[in-house]
Design a protein around this ligand. Structure first.
Ligand SMILES: O=C(O)[C@H]1NCC[C@@H]1O
Length: 344
């Protein structure tokens, strides 16, 4: 039987679903009204204020789930951008998402959002809320493959910051920026192992750290106040000194959401931190592994630069994304749960 839309009221939301290292990405193809704003950051504010019901419809149950992630493609104000994107998750809208950039790089080539694709790599300039991110998509014989991207300048914001964490006492964290701010802590501090412990225990510890940092540390970003918030906490295996062996981490972001991938923006921030501490040199490639799924990204600092007063680096992250499907989502006017719900 051919796919036929079921009875519905109102707009149909069409999406393509992908995953990068296990982390979902639901890309909106159609059904959103026009997103107003003269910059990507103002568009991010607009969707938060006017279109948040659509985020909930797509991210929450029954169409999504607690840990769903999405991308809405919008117009960019930058002439060099091929597309701009707003990221969405269980709590709102992030400023950077590496796993999404890896998926969107492929998507942009496959869905012809860029000029003629080139072998061996096609460049896709993706304007994220944090700034312009340059993605390079492997392309051969008409097929897209792995993606590497150069993110916005990343920097260590503060190291060895002691915060009082509810249930755990004083904890010393590092805070670093990779398009979004993260706190970093060795999971051993909580008697946990990022690859073996129960996800619920990792989430509880990471969430307690995020709450403490949010309430006790004032963040700022040189270019915009919209970027100055803590996105999450990355628990690590503590293996920060350079080694050819992978190092594992788990990222808990937004409202206790768990990244299945090694977290592209987290890897960016972690490489910046390692470079700041002299644990990794320019152009040394490190492998980062998700404690959740074992999936891997590579990361390396490729250039020293500045971001305001901060000494920063440009970090390259690489990984692979895959398609999982495409859907048309509908709502019925008399469905009391049509707007979505989450089980906590
Ligand atoms: O890869 C990343 O950067 C992201 N994945 C989910 C949380 C982060 O935005």
């Amino acid at each position: 039987m051919a796919l036929q839309l079921p009875p519905h009221d109102g707009a149909v939301l069409s999406v393509v679903d992908m995953h990068t290292g296990g982390e979902p990405l639901r890309i909106v193809l159609g059904g959103y009204p026009q997103v107003r704003g003269d910059s990507v950051l103002s568009k991010r504010r607009y969707v938060r204020e006017h279109l948040d019901h659509l985020r909930k419809a797509l991210m929450f149950e029954p169409r999504g789930h607690y840990d769903m992630y999405g991308a809405l493609i919008v117009d960019s104000e930058l002439p060099e951008a091929d597309l701009a994107v707003l990221f969405m998750h269980n709590e709102g809208y992030s400023t950077m998402c590496g796993h999404a950039v890896i998926a969107l790089g492929r998507f942009a080539v496959d869905y012809k959002l860029v000029r003629e694709p080139r072998s061996p790599e096609t460049q896709v300039n993706i304007h994220c809320p944090c700034g312009l991110v340059r993605a390079f998509v492997q392309y051969a014989a008409g097929k897209t493959g792995g993606v590497r991207f150069l993110s916005v300048p990343a920097f260590a914001f503060a190291t060895d910051v002691t915060v009082a964490v509810e249930g755990f006492g004083e904890v010393t964290v590092d805070i670093s920026y990779g398009g979004a701010f993260y706190a970093f802590v060795d999971a051993q501090r909580f008697g946990l192992d990022v690859s073996k412990s129960r996800t619920r225990d990792l989430v509880d510890a990471a969430t307690a750290v995020s709450n403490a940092v949010k309430s006790q540390v004032k963040l700022h970003h040189p270019t915009s106040d919209d970027l100055a918030f803590l996105y999450g906490t990355v628990l690590t295996d503590g293996k920060d000194e350079f080694s050819p062996e992978p190092t594992a981490n788990v990222c808990v972001f937004a409202e206790a959401q768990v990244d299945r991938s090694p977290t592209g923006s987290g890897v960016t921030a972690r490489v910046a931190l390692q470079h700041h501490k002299g644990q990794i040199r320019l152009n040394q490639t490190r492998t980062f592994q998700s404690g959740a799924t074992g999936s891997q990204f590579t990361g390396k600092a490729v250039e020293e630069t500045r971001c305001g007063d901060f000494r920063a680096v440009v970090v390259e992250v690489a990984g692979r994304a895959f398609y999982t499907g495409a859907s048309h989502f509908v709502q019925e006017a008399d469905d009391q749960l049509a707007n979505g719900f989450l089980l906590k």
